[in-house]
Ligand binder design. Structure first.
Ligand SMILES: [Zn+2]
Length: 438
């Protein structure tokens, strides 16, 4: 099979319900016209950006890539470390971007989560500093694997206002990197991730007018410039364009800090400064859900005691918990595995906080994705769901799928490129591809 060109754009938190609006925009509309579309995709649990993007890139569930949350559990409060590196994936897990490079393609990954330590030709890892400055962001990108000579191609034009996660600069950095890669190097396989739609939904609501008036118009402008850059260097017509996303969002009316209950019930201890001094059980939030870590995961007595307590919290309604999964149930039902012992799903309008002191229940303040008026992390079968739009060479025009699992995305991209990603958990959507890809 001849080599293809592929551009994959993940618009974080794009949902199937958005497609009718996007059809009216020039750049999105051009890609949607006659496109093959997989609608209402079933994501993975928890519906968080980092686990899902890792699945979108590898075709395996979290019990094989081990990105079980956005953040890595530590009992330290404040900003927890985020998953960044691919080093803990199972040895037989292969990313599409690395498999493409091994097959002879030139590659770029721009702001795609959990790509650190991957072998990629032009790479802007998704990373940031808290309370930093512009130089600290530059240094963080280099530490994450970006080559300084690549950063220097777009830094002055796109990144001078960048000091952390704040928009529009965070998305502009990704956009500048994509344009530089296309104009200067023409990579054959490009993965890009943009966050503005997700951020705007968090702050304003799932279907707020700001999502369409502001965030999607910014994404539209960027997509237009990206397609124009491909046209300028003569690769647009031979590039298969894929627009996709990771999860939807649902509204939040109530924030709950269940660690406050664990303190009350003697399973978590805080010092005079209000910091965790020791714990037997501790919740880590994944927004609409949470994971419960034990100090001694093999202690059956402790496990039984915590399980009974979690069920009591669920039954009393005080902690916003709708469901309790044991570690074994989470793995069996959702292929979710990690160093936690339990997973709890929140009630429909509830998001969880990591707080260990203060009020048990409080109002949203938009200070973080867990504390916003809308969020995710919920079970993948609930709420609005992502979509995947494919157009260009190799794609069957106007083909449709509905309700397919997101583990199928990477095998579909691998089939399109004619590359081997080992033994993914999903299968290629041959219904959307022309026959020389089957
Ligand atoms: Zn996301």
């Amino acid at each position: 099979m001849k080599k293809r060109r592929l551009y994959v754009l993940s618009v974080d938190a794009l949902v199937t319900e958005d497609l009718d609006f996007l059809r009216q925009l020039p750049a999105f509309g051009a890609i949607l016209k006659d496109a093959a579309i997989s609608e209402n995709i079933i994501s993975i649990y928890p519906t968080l950006t980092y686990p899902i993007h890792t699945t979108m890139m590898t075709g395996v569930y979290a019990d094989r890539h081990h990105v079980y949350n956005n953040e890595i559990f530590t009992k330290t409060e404040g900003h927890l470390p985020w998953f960044r590196s691919c080093k803990n994936f199972d040895a037989d897990v292969k990313s599409v971007v690395e498999a493409a490079k091994q097959a002879g393609y030139t590659t770029a990954a721009i702001s795609w989560p959990v790509t650190e330590d991957m072998d990629i030709d032009w790479h802007l890892p998704e990373t940031w500093v808290w309370d930093g400055d512009n130089q600290a962001m530059y240094d963080a990108f280099v530490k994450g694997g970006a080559k300084p000579e690549f950063l220097d191609e777009f830094w002055d034009d796109y990144c001078r206002g960048l000091t952390g996660l704040g928009e529009p600069y965070f998305s502009l950095a990704a956009h500048g990197a994509t344009l530089a890669a296309i104009r200067n190097h023409q990579p054959e396989v490009i993965f890009e991730h943009l966050s503005m739609v997700d951020h705007t939904r968090h702050s304003n609501g799932v279907f707020a007018k700001q999502v369409y008036r502001d965030a999607y118009l910014e994404a539209e402008m960027m997509l237009h410039e990206t397609l124009e850059a491909m046209r300028e260097v003569g690769v647009l017509d031979e590039t298969t364009i894929v627009i996709t996303s990771d999860h939807g969002q649902t509204p939040v009316n109530r924030l709950v800090a269940p660690n406050v209950l664990l303190c009350r019930d003697g399973l978590l201890q805080v010092d005079a400064a209000g910091k965790v001094s020791s714990y037997q059980a501790c919740f880590m939030s994944s927004a609409h859900s949470a994971q419960v870590f034990l100090s001694e995961p093999d202690n059956d007595e402790l496990k039984e005691r915590v399980y009974r307590l979690l069920c009591a919290y669920r039954d009393s309604g005080e902690a916003g918990i709708a469901k309790v999964f044991t570690k074994e149930e989470a793995k069996e039902q959702y292929h979710l595995d990690g160093p936690f012992s339990f997973v709890v799903e929140g009630e429909a309008d509830c998001s969880f906080s990591n707080n260990v002191t203060g009020e048990l229940s409080f109002r949203t303040d938009n200070s973080d994705y867990k504390y916003s008026v809308a969020t995710h992390g919920h079970l993948p079968e609930t709420g609005p769901k992502p979509a995947m739009v494919l157009n260009g060479p190799g794609i069957r025009k106007n083909a449709r799928l509905d309700g397919m699992p997101i583990v199928d995305e990477a095998p579909t991209l691998a089939a399109l490129l004619g590359i081997n990603i080992g033994k993914p958990d999903g299968r290629a959507w041959t219904e959307l591809l022309l026959e020389d890809n089957t």
